[in-house]
Write a protein that binds this ligand. Structure first.
Ligand code: AMP
Ligand code: GLY
Length: 421
């Protein structure tokens, strides 16, 4: 098979590494990929948003399957366009990807179908949002931009002053562009967070092994929210009992709700959950694999990923048995100093061997480019270093010892992955 993976981050690198293990795969392309990915796949200079370009390339190069990994092209209908052109594609159609691209949609869906989530109201006018927050008079309060915002469109306001500033930033200053035309104002929940990615063909749903993302930029969960600074799998707070409650009250009802709305979801559905004192609740849905969750989940997958993808597309997921390794994994993200705000690019990365790998751990490239045989930084999140072990401590030890061998100017990583709630 000839497979094209759309995207360019650490998640895509982890997907490509897993696809490479399949005996069914002859050739992998990445559009556009990155420096590290170019060691594992042929990178083609087509943007992840260029639907026509991807279709034309797939036809010219007899691509058998396109894996659309990022949120933007999914929300923009990449899978719809590919399918209309007779090209097999993995990922939800735009009308289902809306479960991630509009928080107003997903909150209303959960309310309508009784899926547990934080209480909320939605607003299209900043004055009304502020008035509501004032009347509610209860802090902290959570304010979210409706649309996609690279995981950064959520503000937890501890005072009325902060809440007003958040509404202004999102709705008036348009910090996240049109994503801030509407906002969701919701109840602040507490408890450990769990990420559960699940394969679904719209009929069956098969959860993958659980994980935990560390979203804040600095140790002790301080600093701004980022796309994710590190992950572990399994998530110690996700017990079998909680998993069963999630299956009954969240996972299966979500698949059924999307079907009832004529928005059948096929692909990877990501549940961002919080285990609150009142039970598990949905914080957010994503319409895709998480980043950096993929970098700890897929290394534990033992079943051929191509078989699973084909089963999802052909709606026979219930017939396949998906096996996972019992080992633990941990991923530490090495970021550019300053991320998620401004940072420098083009800095040389040292300590990677020529294949971009370090012994005992696996290095996934997120924001790198390859120039004259050298890897340079090219994004906020630069590398994700995953360790594997019999226990979480062993996995963390492997990841951190590999991290310590790698360096670039102003490198920043959290030293407490796996240690905080
Ligand atoms: P989201 O992009 O919706 O996943 O939100 C980003 C992060 O903000 C989450 O991972 C949580 O840590 C936090 N967060 C979002 N919603 C809430 C909430 N209702 N209560 C407490 N924390 C939240
Ligand atoms: N790591 C969170 C996400 O992929 O949205």
């Amino acid at each position: 098979m000839r497979i094209l993976v759309v995207g360019s981050g650490g998640r895509e690198h982890a997907i490509i590494r897993k696809l490479k293990e399949s005996p069914k795969v002859d050739k992998i392309y990445a559009a556009p990929g990155n420096g590290g990915i170019s060691k594992d796949a042929e990178c083609i200079n087509i943007s992840a948003m260029d639907k026509e370009g991807i279709v034309a390339f797939s036809k010219e190069n007899a691509v058998d399957l396109v894996f659309v990994a990022p949120d933007d092209p999914l929300a923009d209908g990449m899978v719809d366009t590919l399918t209309a052109n007779g090209i097999r594609a993995f990922g939800p159609r735009a009308n289902a990807a809306v479960i991630e691209s509009s928080k107003v949609f997903s909150k209303n869906l959960m309310k309508k179908y009784g899926i547990p989530t934080a209480e909320y109201e939605t607003f299209s006018e900043p004055e009304k949002a502020v008035e509501y927050i004032e009347k509610r008079g209860h802090f902290p309060v959570v304010i979210k931009a409706d649309g996609l915002a690279l995981g950064k469109g959520v503000i937890i306001a501890k005072t009325m002053t902060e809440a007003k500033a958040a509404v202004k930033e999102i709705m008036e200053d348009k910090k996240f562009g049109d994503s801030g035309n509407n906002v969701v104002v919701e109840e602040f929940l507490t408890g450990p967070e769990v990420s559960v990615l699940a394969f679904t063909d719209g009929i069956a749903l098969k959860p993958m092994v659980s994980s935990k993302d560390h979203k804040r930029a600095y140790d002790n969960d301080e600093g701004l929210n980022t796309g994710g600074m590190g992950t572990i799998s399994p998530n110690p707070y996700y017990t079998d009992e909680i998993a069963e409650i999630c299956r009954k009250t969240i996972f299966e009802p979500t698949v059924a709700a999307m079907n009832s709305e004529n928005r059948t979801f096929k692909g990877c559905l990501y549940f961002g959950l919080m285990i609150t004192p009142d039970g598990p609740k949905v914080i957010e849905y994503n319409a895709r694999f998480g980043d950096p969750e993929t970098q700890v989940v897929l290394p534990r997958l033992k079943t051929d990923l191509v078989d699973i993808i084909e089963a999802v597309i052909d709606e026979r997921l219930s017939h396949i048995d998906i096996k996972w390794s019992d080992e633990a994994t941990a991923c530490v993200v090495m970021a550019s100093g300053g991320y998620p705000l401004a940072y420098k690019k083009g800095l040389e990365i040292t300590g990677l061997d020529e294949n971009g790998q370090v012994e005992g751990a696996e290095v996934f490239h997120a924001g790198t480019k390859l120039e004259h045989g050298k890897f340079l930084t090219n994004g906020g999140r630069v590398l994700g270093v995953t360790g594997k072990g019999k226990t979480l401590d062993e996995a963390l030890e492997k990841a951190y010892s590999a991290v310590k061998k790698i360096n670039f100017e102003n490198v920043h990583y959290r030293t407490d992955i796996g240690k905080t709630k």
